[in-house]
Write a protein that binds this ligand. Structure first.
Ligand code: PEP
Ligand code: MN
Length: 304
């Protein structure tokens, strides 16, 4: 048995293709990630207010995005940076989810937040800085909610798959991996997008893989080319930061697309997807979204 195969069997058994089969599909409120159709997920880095989120949700839906992203709890490198709107941000996400018919993915930073975030989110995001937060992985693993597990900025592919294994070992198999760039010696980009990770993961795991070209590059003009390269190399989807006025964004404006650029990206992705034998996932209808608990609890003022 080769070294690689031995490690797969012992340290990420359930995540490996040997046990899980060739491909899994993760169903997020009707959006199927990992099938033949490529998904586009869009939204601001951070939920800054209701009006900007509504505008982004409308434009994302019109552009053909199928899910809405946006941070309510933000893992900021500095404690002095804006930390997000918290539960009020979750309430805004729930409102735009229903208006635009876009299932929501948002970050959960701590085990004690899981119950709250689950009332609002169709998919729980575990951020790069928390990829090896094992108590968070166990808590999210105990739910049956789809998970977006971002790659730690200094994590090897094996460490990332071992982190996924924590989720699967608790019984949550609804896991999507997200390559978002790693730390290298290169300083021209914010991180280095590891495009090789996608075909490597395809060989090692049955889990779907999407790519975040926004955090990987840090620069708006690089987001489109990297997104297309990711689709070409086999990514199951793209998650991009999008803002109505990127230059005045509270967080990550330099890497955020404006709403017109998002529409252009969707069209270009469709052409590349076609060239590699895939299609783009269509949006689901607002009426088909399952009810979540959040808006009843916290429509106006949050519930923390
Ligand atoms: C994000 O997607 O909002 C984010 C903070 O990304 P990452 O965890 O990859 O840095
Ligand atoms: Mn961001």
């Amino acid at each position: 048995m080769s070294g690689i195969v031995a490690r797969q069997v012992s340290s990420y058994r359930l995540t490996s293709r040997e046990v899980g089969g060739a491909r899994s599909i993760v169903d997020c409120a009707g959006v199927r990630i990992g099938g033949q159709a490529v998904v586009l997920i869009a939204g601001p880095c951070t939920v800054e207010g209701l009006a900007m989120l509504e505008e982004t949700g409308r434009a994302a839906r019109a552009a053909g995005a199928v899910m809405l992203r946006g941070g309510a709890f933000k893992p900021r490198s500095s404690p002095y940076s804006f930390q997000g709107l918290g539960s009020q941000g979750l309430a805004y996400l729930a409102r735009v989810r229903a208006q635009a018919g876009l299932p929501v993915v948002t970050e959960v930073m701590a085990p004690e937040q899981v119950e709250l975030v689950m009332r609002y989110a169709d998919m729980l995001q575990i951020g790069a800085r928390n990829m090896q937060n094992y108590s968070l992985l166990r808590e999210v693993g105990r739910t049956r909610r789809p998970v977006l597990l971002k790659r730690g900025m200094s994590a090897s592919i094996d460490e990332w798959l071992e982190a996924a294994e924590y989720l699967l070992a608790q019984g949550n198999t609804q896991v999507v991996l997200c390559e978002r760039g790693i730390r290298t010696f290169e300083t021209a980009t914010r991180f280095t997008l590891d495009l090789s990770a996608i075909p490597v993961l395809r060989q090692r795991t049955h889990l779907p893989v999407i790519v975040d070209p926004s955090h990987a590059s840090g620069q708006r003009h690089l987001v489109g080319p990297l997104a297309l390269a990711a689709v070409a190399v086999g990514a199951d989807g793209i998650i991009v930061e999008t803002h109505p006025q990127p230059t005045s964004a509270l967080c990550d404006g330099a890497q955020s697309l404006d709403l017109d650029q998002l529409a252009g990206l969707r069209d270009a992705m469709a052409r590349v997807a076609g060239a590699v034998g895939r299609t783009m996932h269509d949006p689901v209808s607002a009426e088909s979204l399952p009810a979540l608990l959040g808006p009843q609890i916290s429509e106006g003022g949050g519930c923390q």
